[in-house]
Design a protein around this ligand. Structure first.
Ligand SMILES: Cc1ncc(COP(=O)(O)O)c(C=O)c1O
Length: 380
């Protein structure tokens, strides 16, 4: 099956009289009449569910679907992208070790590494993953590398295949946050990653109406992540799993439209007065190629800094300011006070994030309407 068909069908087996759309199963607990049967289900040796924190039919469907789409053996769905990331890190590197992470990391991930893992004994090195010599120098002694397929907010695309080959050679685990690209545009496991995670809050869900995360990888690693999620109670609720799976069904058509619209907006913004730089995975190098499109994420720098950004927001009639991404509506975010607020101005400047940097999550509206709203909002 091609990825588009997989997005529509993955995660369930339809038979005679099956509901075409999955039933919602909110039950917290299932009834048993046979102690051996309970024992076999609780040990995971027999299919079934016994307690909602450990497993649930809707969650299982979502886990299977994302694992299938990413080409993984297994998946774990959790209460947020952050808990999927945390669970994947602890499954891949259960004891304090050195973590090499992209310096352009999502702010929440950087905070988790600095505020939770470093105090627990992990050492974290933030490096430029687009520079393969730097990666090679950072690997000896490391236990885990963390990358993002498309970085936030400047949309750089590292060479995951080259990093995957290096980490394999050195026996270092490699975790990729594939939230921005989705498995329709990039499948990091095929490029050498050990595990992949998503904030399903974004494109997988796609409608800004749920918070969820999914990690996928080999069955033993995901078994560890699932057991910890059950112990720590970070598993995903049935309704959010149901919603995420419903969103996933249209992922292919949405990602195609997001990709077309972001490219149209990036090209138009390049011609607008006051826009000093446009950051787009396919226009702004040096980026590794994403052959099936790059999704809806892009950024630009506006002359005049925070004041100009505020003026643009006040003038928008269709676009809104919202600190998330991946939904059907075009939204902007202002990294200085959202994703990168925990950094100092100097740290942001080193990355290339300035007071005029605006991140855009380009939605599914008609591209002419999106371009027109930006044109009138940034006009002098
Ligand atoms: C790239 C990336 N990874 C992880 C996360 C965290 O996901 P969640 O908010 O679902 O916990 C986000 C959230 O913005 C994100 O953008």
């Amino acid at each position: 099956m091609k990825p588009a068909s997989r997005a529509v069908h993955a995660g369930r087996d339809l038979g005679a009289r099956s509901p075409l759309a999955p039933d919602l199963s909110p039950a917290a607990v299932h009834v048993f009449t046979d102690l051996d049967d309970y024992d076999a289900v609780a040990r995971g040796e027999r299919a079934g569910h016994y307690y909602g924190r450990n497993s649930n039919a809707n969650r299982e469907m979502l886990e299977r679907a994302v694992a299938e789409l990413e080409g993984a053996e297994a998946g774990v769905a959790t209460a947020s992208g952050m808990s999927a990331l945390h669970g994947a890190i602890l499954a891949l590197a259960p004891r304090p070790t050195t973590i090499v992470a992209t310096r352009e990391l999502y702010g929440g991930t950087a905070s988790l590494l600095r505020q939770d893992l470093e105090p627990a004994g992990y050492e974290v090195h933030f490096v430029n993953l687009s520079d393969l010599d730097t990666v090679s120098r950072a690997l000896p002694g490391a236990g885990l590398v963390i990358a993002e397929t498309i970085t936030n907010p400047l949309c750089h695309v590292p060479d995951l295949e080259a990093i995957g080959a290096m980490t394999r050679e050195k026996g270092v685990a490699f975790l990729v946050d594939n939230t921005f690209a989705t498995p329709l545009l990039c499948r990091p496991l095929e490029l050498g990653a050990t595990a992949v995670m998503h904030s399903a809050t974004k494109y997988l869900g796609g409608h800004s109406d749920l918070v969820a995360g999914v990690a996928v990888g080999d069955a033993p690693t995901m078994g560890l992540a699932r057991a910890r999620a059950a112990r720590t109670g970070t598993t995903l609720s049935p309704f959010d799993a149901w919603l995420a799976l419903r969103g996933l069904r249209t992922l292919d058509v949405r990602m195609k439209r997001h990709s077309e619209n972001s490219l149209a907006l990036a090209r138009a913004l390049r011609e607008m007065a006051g826009v000093t730089r446009v950051h787009h995975p396919l226009l702004d190098g040096p980026n590794h190629v994403l052959p099936h499109g790059s999704g809806g994420m892009m950024a630009f720098d506006l002359e005049g800094g925070r004041h100009a950004v505020q003026r643009m927001i006040k003038r928008f009639s269709l676009v809104t300011f919202a600190a998330s991404l991946g939904g059907v509506e075009t939204t902007i975010s202002y990294p200085e006070i959202t994703s990168h607020r925990s950094m100092s101005p100097e740290e942001r400047a080193e990355l290339g994030v300035g007071p005029g940097t605006v991140r855009v999550s380009v939605g599914l509206e008609d591209p002419e309407d999106i371009v027109a709203d930006f044109a009138q909002a940034v006009a002098p």
